[in-house]
Design a protein around this ligand. Structure first.
Ligand SMILES: [Zn+2]
Length: 392
């Protein structure tokens, strides 16, 4: 590779001026190859910052076309790009940001059947996808190939960032979520809604972790999950644990073929009986007999919870069904009311006849009632995402 031109030295001079960074780190960026999965809300800031910083080769894969409703958050694309392929408008924008960057754009879907071929040869994969089949495929391919996977996700006003890298001693995405939720139990952005700034923030943090990975500076989010609540502007950190029995990253399993996982997000599942958060408050204020079943994960209860409650994560409900009392009104709670609706359907099928979904979940409770028990994070990174025991 040719040495840096005077133009490049000037272009990158402000970051090269930092002694921790310098010319050596810049040279590492120039030689680096980063694959971005998704040229949408997360990919937009990530790709632009990585290009501006001087990452030598940026790969982009996305199978979508630009829609008008994308533009409030996907700043890679302009108003004139509506109807065009996202990878085309993105590649054009990135070349404008920095002509020294080589852009390899693929109009297609990153999936289990092509994941390993597409991910091979990249130094870092930035996962900015919006669906479970791609998320699991990118995790599995990165584990198989020993490539760090920079994870970001958003949900309404909340974001999460982490770096999955079992080959560097951390967990993988499947250590946290062994399998995708059933199709129809989790709505996508179109149904859930998203504030434009939030993916901008999360995707920018993904770019930052990527630059740290490539240059070897700083302390990475490996084994740590950063949770962002934009409404309260609280940034919390959770320690993530390696699942020694993880079916993907446990020793001897990493090279296994990538399996397709999860269906497309969908709406329109059967209606369930519901209770509003205001009705729930009345029940609780009046001390009426009921059990509040919280089906979220341990770490979510560490962020916010309603006591007293019975806690069984949705994924364990079937095996722990005997713990759920009968002959008492049962109200099922999750973050936004989607997983709990799935739990209500399951419980109704299992013979529980007085079971209702808490509409809007604890997010609605926080918005309409306020409070909830918010345990303080005494020491960052001490609570496990799984089996943390926070909700004792
Ligand atoms: Zn794992």
């Amino acid at each position: 590779m040719e040495s840096m031109s005077a133009e490049e030295r000037e272009r990158y001079s402000r970051q090269m001026a930092m002694p921790e960074f310098g010319a050596a780190a810049q040279e590492r960026l120039r030689r680096a190859r980063v694959l971005l999965i998704g040229a949408g809300g997360l990919g937009s800031p990530a790709a632009q910052y990585l290009a501006a910083a001087g990452v030598g080769t940026i790969g982009l894969i996305d199978d979508d076309n630009v829609e008008l409703s994308n533009l409030h958050r996907q700043l890679l694309h302009g108003s004139g790009d509506v109807g065009r392929r996202k990878v085309e408008s993105a590649a054009r924008r990135l070349r404008e940001v920095n002509p020294h960057v080589r852009v390899e754009a693929i109009h297609g879907r990153f999936a289990a059947n092509n994941a390993v071929d597409l991910a091979r040869g990249w130094d870092v994969v930035v996962d900015g996808c919006d669906n479970f089949p791609t998320r699991y495929a990118s995790n599995d391919a990165c584990v198989a190939l020993g490539i760090p996977n920079v994870y970001g996700s958003i949900w309404r006003f909340e974001g999460q960032v982490s770096v999955f890298a079992p080959h560097l001693g951390g967990p993988c995405y499947r250590c946290l979520n062994p399998h995708a939720p059933a199709p129809g139990t989790v709505p996508g952005c179109a149904e859930a809604g998203v504030l434009g700034v939030l993916p901008g923030l999360v995707g920018t943090l993904q770019a930052l972790e990527t630059i740290k990975l490539l240059t070897g500076i700083g302390h990475l989010l490996i084994g740590r999950l950063l949770h962002i609540d934009a409404l309260t502007m609280k940034f919390r950190e959770f320690a993530l644990r390696v699942d020694p029995s993880c079916e993907r990253c446990a020793e001897g399993r990493r090279e296994a073929p990538v399996q397709a996982e999860g269906g497309e997000c969908a709406v329109g599942a059967a209606a369930v009986r519901e209770i509003s958060v205001r009705e729930l408050r009345t029940w609780r204020d009046e001390g009426r007999r009921h059990v509040l079943l919280d089906v979220r994960e341990d770490w979510e209860l560490a962020v916010s919870r309603l006591d007293p409650h019975l806690h069984i994560p949705l994924g364990q409900l079937e095996e722990r069904l005997a713990e759920v009392p009968k002959n008492i009104p049962l109200f099922v709670l999750c973050h936004s009311g989607v997983r709990s609706a799935a739990a209500v359907r399951f419980l109704a099928d299992a013979g529980f006849d007085d079971v209702s979904n808490v509409k809007g979940g604890i997010a609605a409770w926080s918005a309409e009632i306020g409070g909830g028990n918010r345990p303080q994070m005494s020491t960052p990174a001490t609570h496990g995402l799984r089996g943390g025991g926070v909700d004792a």
